[in-house]
Design a protein around this ligand. Structure first.
Ligand code: PRX
Length: 644
């Protein structure tokens, strides 16, 4: 008998539904798409994929609008329900915005963009602080079929510029300043430097966040709120194909050039809504808080599209975990009566260090689910989250996903799975996700208690569809390494019970301070210094950041400058070309790098040295210069002895 597919699952049928989701994805997702999304025109084909060509399509022939689903449809049912609780940087200063207000604000932004000539398919760069207007800008793009490219407001002008140019953005939306941790961030000034020389940019829209006077380019710059005031609060939605692009989001890969991953409409929205409901056990009346910045995929999916798509009430957090003190999160939980809280392990480790006296004064009884994402949630942090924050009463969900998967893919499932959680394990695949492990050599690894490259058998509806402007890179990165499956770039361990633990990246990407960073990006920024002959960046275990950034440097012959001066200059370069979060934690000048005979740097060895795991360097005999390893080791030992 066919498994009934309900919009709201009940505990008992999870396994049967999971089996249905992977064995009969057309029926599973087709049923849910019709039940959970509002269509302007029904789709005729659920799925059409050809992974060798990197082709992923869902709900073909269908037309819908994401902004209609997130706003109009919700307003028809509950206009006065709170969509966002905007928790401003200044503590205690929160504002609520209803679904009706969000819809009106979004329509005014959409009409403004239209007035300035933005049409379907145009790319819109967004470099804004965490405000409801940022969400409205995204939804306004969705409403008219423009494609937003939100760039995290911590990125430098150069990083922003390269993203604007890569996507040929027609407009940029920013604010006079941002404000975080009590400090002003010069967003408009950064945009001015980024946009200089970008001929594609016709207008820069500026929202008022702090109200300071900022430099103004007449004819190009537009006061966003003033322009919005002239516009009606209604705006018809553009009917879009399921596979029209919704947004692009840049993320780091193994090369120096970030990739603009493209997500599309229906599959992404369906998957976002399904995951927030089932991973976090979201129920009507709950107050969901995802404190990630909207500049990352977690913010796109779990601050904006996931919550609004299911009519949830969501906290939009502008501040930092330690402002004005390390009790910020828990004071906010108490004040706003938060039921689900979603953060990154690095923030938890920072807070553990600050002491429990910042947690215990606040009432956390409303909390039911505590989530984490971005890097492994180590045992100590898991335990603290569970016991100290959750008073041993909440479910902790260590969720695994990526910019590429669009939404959570491996996770404990509180709404349906009451098996004992395993600290450090995201554990089980979500509906429709079939994880598989491959050896480095490309052999499918069967059975349990085994480690390999983490791949996914069939693309879920929320997966990225391409890399903007470079589909071949998309195929080469994700679908070529292990033909026929999606390669995540992560390693994973499948334990004796079949549960998954992520062992870390197997490519040249690191997860530092909760941010994904390509080592090649940092190297190419540092290599711009005239004194650097070569550099190699690796990640190493860091107590708080998860991974720290370690830079090995070779100086050009004859360079006599003081090391400290060089390191300061390199720091400035990394800030200029990427962002402050990418600045290496450690610099070490070495006489050479371990290289194979074909000239490839053996990063495996550098990672072991950086982690002081000198006894695990492995076989160095295949190196062109084996003796260099001892020299690097000696340099590293000297550095660590100085630090102690
Ligand atoms: O290495 C994995 C790590 O974060 C990477 C994805 O980074 P990004 O695209 O920036 O998205 C981060 C937030 C979704 C993954 O390839 N990662 C994510 N979640 C976990 C994790 N590593 C271990 N455990 C997790 N729960």
């Amino acid at each position: 008998m066919a498994v009934p597919i309900e919009p709201h699952f009940v505990d008992s049928n999870h396994d049967a539904l999971y089996a249905e989701s992977v064995n009969n994805p057309d029926r599973f997702w087709g049923t849910l798409a019709r039940k959970r999304l509002r269509w302007i025109k029904d789709f005729d084909t659920v799925k059409d994929c050809d992974l060798k060509l990197g082709k992923i399509s869902w709900f073909l022939g269908g037309k819908l609008n994401v902004s209609d689903n997130c706003l109009d449809r919700q307003v028809e049912q509950h206009p006065d329900r709170v969509a966002f609780i905007w928790e401003k940087d200044k503590t205690g200063d929160h504002e609520t915005i209803t679904y009706k207000q969000m819809l009106e604000m979004t329509c005014q932004v959409a009409n403004t963009f239209k007035q300035y000539g933005v049409v379907k398919g145009d790319r819109v760069a967004v470099y804004m602080p965490m405000t409801p207007l940022l969400a409205a800008v995204m939804l306004a793009c969705a409403r008219i079929g423009a494609v937003h490219s939100v760039v995290f407001a911590g990125f430098s002008a150069e990083a922003l510029k390269s993203r604007i140019l890569d996507a040929s953005c027609k407009i940029v939306v920013t604010a006079d300043q941002g404000i975080r941790g009590g400090k002003a961030i010069e967003l408009k000034k950064t945009v001015d430097s980024a946009v200089a020389g970008c001929d594609c940019v016709k207008n820069v829209f500026v929202m008022h966040r702090t109200g300071v006077q900022v430099p103004w380019v007449d004819g190009r710059d537009v006061h966003l709120e003033e322009a919005m005031k002239q516009q009606p609060t209604t705006c018809p939605v553009e009917p879009l194909d399921s596979e029209d692009p919704l947004f692009m989001l840049y993320t780091s890969g193994s090369t120096g050039k970030p990739k603009g991953l493209v997500h599309t409409q229906a599959g992404y929205l369906l998957y976002a809504g399904m995951t927030i409901e089932h991973v976090f056990d979201y129920r009507p009346g709950d107050v969901f808080a995802c404190v990630a910045d909207i500049g990352w995929i977690t913010g796109h999916t779990y601050v904006v599209y996931g919550p609004l798509g299911i009519g949830a009430t969501c906290v939009l957090f502008e501040s930092t975990p330690v402002y004005p003190d390390a009790g910020r999160y828990w004071e906010m939980v108490d004040r706003l009566k938060i039921t689900q809280f979603y953060t990154a392990p690095t923030a938890l480790r920072l807070l553990i260090k600050c002491g429990n006296e910042h947690v215990t004064p606040y009432n956390r009884d409303t909390l039911r689910v505590l989530g984490c994402v971005g890097e492994p949630l180590n045992w100590t942090a898991w335990k603290w989250y569970h016991s100290t924050v959750g008073s041993d009463k909440c479910t902790v969900v260590d969720t695994w996903f990526q910019t590429e998967t669009g939404g959570i893919a491996i996770t404990p499932r509180p709404s349906s799975d009451h098996s004992t959680p395993k600290p450090g394990f995201p554990m089980s695949p979500f509906f429709g996700v079939e994880p598989v492990l491959y050896s480095k050599e490309g052999e499918l690894l069967k059975g349990n208690d085994i480690t390999g490259h983490l791949c996914i058998n069939e693309p879920m509806p929320g997966m990225a569809r391409t890399i903007y402007g470079d589909h071949q890179r998309f195929i080469d990165t994700y679908y070529k390494p292990h033909p026929g499956v999606y390669f995540t770039g992560d390693g994973a361990y499948r334990d004796a019970d079949g549960h998954y633990q992520i062992t870390g990246r197997v490519d040249d990407v690191i997860n530092a301070k909760g941010h994904r960073l390509g080592t090649a990006e940092v190297e190419s920024a540092m290599n711009k210094d005239h004194r650097i002959a070569e550099s190699a960046v690796v990640g190493y275990p860091h107590e708080i950041f998860g991974e720290g950034v370690f830079a090995f440097l070779i100086l050009k012959d004859g360079v006599k400058d003081d090391e400290k001066v060089i390191f300061e200059d390199l720091e400035k370069l990394v800030r200029k070309w990427i962002a402050a979060f990418a600045v290496p934690n450690v610099f070490l000048i070495v006489p050479g790098l371990p290289k194979t005979r074909s000239g490839k740097i053996m990063r495996r060895i550098l990672r072991k040295v950086a982690a002081s795991e000198y006894d695990q360097l492995g076989d160095v005999s295949t190196l062109a210069n084996p003796s260099i390893v001892e020299e690097i080791k000696a340099k590293h030992m000297l550095l660590t002895s100085k630090e102690q």
